[in-house]
Design a protein around this ligand. Structure first.
Ligand code: COA
Length: 182
């Protein structure tokens, strides 16, 4: 049964988030969470909301090497996160980018932390060497979340984004997952 998208009683939200693989049934809620950020925020630099068809196509392109996870709080789908290749070029095969979005009603309840912890575990079990996150420079929540897992800032792209009539900087944060030298 798909997770609900409805309001959950505040009291039951104190339970820890449950993280699991996403299914097709989750796509409408995933898409609503993402499109909210498209229309109201600058965490994504998409300007047009995605259709459900685009979301289904995106999901079909994610396999076990680029998993999509969801976090449930009190049975409601609170957020999602995923791994993506950094580049299609084969030399980047040991690198993954992560991204995550939590419904604003459910933020600050541990869903983002649970998703990122699970994505790091997925990347480790896939034998990845490093993870990258591209974060809008004023996104204090995402910067703090990534920093708490050991990600460090490795670069800043100045004014590569433009949304809501202003230029946006992107911070690149990186986590090395192991000490392999070759
Ligand atoms: C960033 C985001 C995913 C965090 O998810 P969340 O479920 O709210 O975060 P959590 O409750 O798990 O908090 C984990 C940590 O993130 C940091 N954090 C979360 N919200 C924060 C805020 N508003 N200000 C500062 N730090 C914050 C803190 O370090 C927090 O740890 P703490 O609670 O022990 O202090 C969420 O705010 C979100 O979806 N934002 C909109 C979309 C977005 O920015 N996505 C990231 C794109 S790179």
């Amino acid at each position: 049964m798909p997770a609900r998208d409805a309001d959950a009683p505040a009291a039951s939200l104190s339970a820890p988030p449950l993280v699991r693989r996403a299914t097709m049934d989750d796509l409408p809620v995933i898409n609503r969470i993402y499109n909210y950020e498209v229309e109201h925020g600058v965490a994504t630099w998409d300007l047009a909301p995605w259709s459900l068809e685009q979301r289904a196509q995106w999901f079909a392109e994610h396999d076990d090497s680029t998993p999509v996870l969801v976090a449930e709080l009190a049975g409601a789908l609170a957020g999602f996160g995923y791994l993506a290749p950094h580049s299609p070029r084969a030399g980047y095969r040991f690198t993954r980018e992560d991204a995550g979005y939590v419904n604003e009603r459910f933020q600050r309840r541990g869903a983002g932390r649970a998703l990122l912890a699970a994505l790091i575990e997925e990347a480790r079990s896939l034998g990845m060497h490093t993870m990258l996150a591209g974060i809008e420079s004023e996104n204090a929540a995402s910067v703090a979340l990534h920093r708490s897992f050991g990600f460090v800032e490795v670069g800043r792209q100045r004014q590569t984004g433009h949304k809501f009539d202003r230029w946006l900087d992107r911070i690149d944060m990186q986590l090395l997952l192991d000490q392999r030298t070759t």
